[in-house]
Design a protein around this ligand. Structure first.
Ligand code: ASP
Ligand code: MG
Length: 428
């Protein structure tokens, strides 16, 4: 049995879906679980729709565009478009009904009910196309396989229940199972999601449950690079990555894989191969227990939209474990992911991902207990396996807000202008 994950870029249009069918058809006689993301930029489109909805504006125009993009792909793929339109109709109606509902629950809850629909449409289309291509297949609902708590938008997986459900469904079928990445469900039956890029994590959970030795992530790039080619001039493909390096890179924002993906893989020593959807002859990158003792290349990860928050206790007491614990608790309550921390006797600075939906309530709660200052729109650059000469140069030339290093990782926080005007020219 194999687990293949196809990201949004690989199923962005009719050609992509045809290519997916061609790739799975190469594995004759092998059962494959195909994990699929939402098509192209549909997750972003649904996020936009939700934003309009929460701003009290109409999102029907955007919804129609979303719908027609999907139907356009169907027209290109199927001879009998009526049949496929009927297949999708109930889900489009459901989505529309949600968008028109008078009442809104919390942002995170609505996010999961609405944004999860992208994966429902993509998998239904992929499944219908595999059927039409005479490949023995079935459509699975991830909401009956992946169990989580109700921490909407970043739901935590209940592993035991999930493993049992996956084993149970997979024992009875041979052929191609098409399943949504990213989406799951909680006890009361509402939909949850695993966080952006969560489809990788779904694929890892499936392989973990079924003890499959390798997961393949098919991408529109050749593998994992040491930096984002959209930002940096000179980038290199990394042929082999350790689990540790992969986690560190993902955690600090390399958009290669969802950070939680590695844990289940590492536990069972499952290899992860990231390879090109276009160049089947290329081997890509393998994430595994590292065999070669070669020095790892420097990797550069850029995480934008950071906020630096500096806190001083209102009563001028020390920034001790109690005060820090309080600050951490408030950050966790308001769903802000922490990237970097620094403290002194009476102050505490923390760099977090900006989370628009919860930011103002975070600031309010912190201000109750602490004197506070914050800078928005900061950029966090992480260099894994850095060269000392390079970071000395950066240190001398840059006006930065915060800096930290250990043996293998260097991190520096700066304004967007410093990043664009000074850091990029140094590295490029
Ligand atoms: N569709 C979701 C996203 O774009 C999940 C994924 O692609 O893995 O983040
Ligand atoms: Mg993706």
């Amino acid at each position: 049995m194999k687990v293949y994950k196809f990201g949004g870029a690989s199923v962005k249009d009719a050609d992509g879906i045809r290519n997916l069918a061609k790739i799975v058809a190469l594995e004759k006689n092998e059962s494959i679980i195909v994990v699929v993301s939402a098509m192209g930029k549909s997750t972003n489109a649904l996020e936009k729709i939700l934003e309009l909805r929460f701003a009290g504006l109409s999102c029907m125009e955007e919804f129609e565009v979303f719908k027609s993009n999907h139907l356009h792909v169907c027209k290109e793929l199927f001879s009998d478009t009526e049949k496929i339109e009927n297949l999708l109709k109930a889900d489009f109606d459901l989505l529309e009904k949600r968008l028109l509902a008078k009442e809104l629950k919390s942002y995170d809850f609505e996010y999961d009910q609405i944004v999860s629909m992208g994966e429902i449409f993509s998998t239904k289309i992929v499944y219908a196309f595999l059927e039409e291509s005479k490949l023995k297949s079935r459509w699975l609902d991830a909401r009956q396989l992946i169990f989580t708590d109700n921490n909407y938008r970043a739901a935590r997986v209940q592993l035991e229940k999930t493993v049992d459900a996956i084993k149970e469904t997979s024992s009875k079928f041979s052929g191609i199972s098409v399943v949504q990445g990213f989406i799951a469900h909680e006890e009361k039956g509402t939909t949850t999601t695993l966080g952006r890029e969560g489809s990788d994590y779904t694929a890892a959970l499936l392989a973990y449950a079924l003890e499959i030795p390798e997961v393949t992530i098919w991408k529109d790039v050749d593998g994992v690079y040491n930096a984002d080619p959209k930002i940096f001039d000179h980038t290199k493909l990394i042929p082999e990555l350790s689990y540790r390096d992969a986690v560190e890179l993902a955690f600090y924002g390399a958009s290669i894989i969802h950070p939680k993906t590695i844990q289940p893989l590492q536990k069972r020593k499952i290899n992860l191969r990231v390879r090109s959807f276009y160049h089947l002859e290329k081997e890509g990158t393998i994430v595994a227990t590292k065999k070669k003792k070669e020095k790892s290349p420097s990797s550069f990860i850029v995480k934008k939209k950071q906020v630096l928050i500096s806190l001083v206790p209102r009563d001028f007491s020390f920034m001790d474990a109690e005060n820090m614990g309080l600050a951490f608790q408030i950050l966790a309550n308001h769903h802000h992911h922490i990237n970097l921390i620094q403290n002194s006797a009476i102050s505490f600075s923390v760099c977090v991902d900006y989370n628009q939906a919860h930011f103002s309530s975070l600031i309010q709660d912190l201000a109750d207990k602490f004197e506070l200052r914050y800078n928005e729109n900061q950029v966090l650059v992480t260099i894994r396996h850095y060269e000392v000469a390079l970071i000395e140069n950066i240190y001398d030339l840059l006006q930065f807000k915060m800096e930290q290093r250990n043996r293998s990782t260097y991190q520096i926080l700066m304004s967007n202008e410093e990043f664009e005007q000074k850091l990029l020219p140094i590295i490029n």
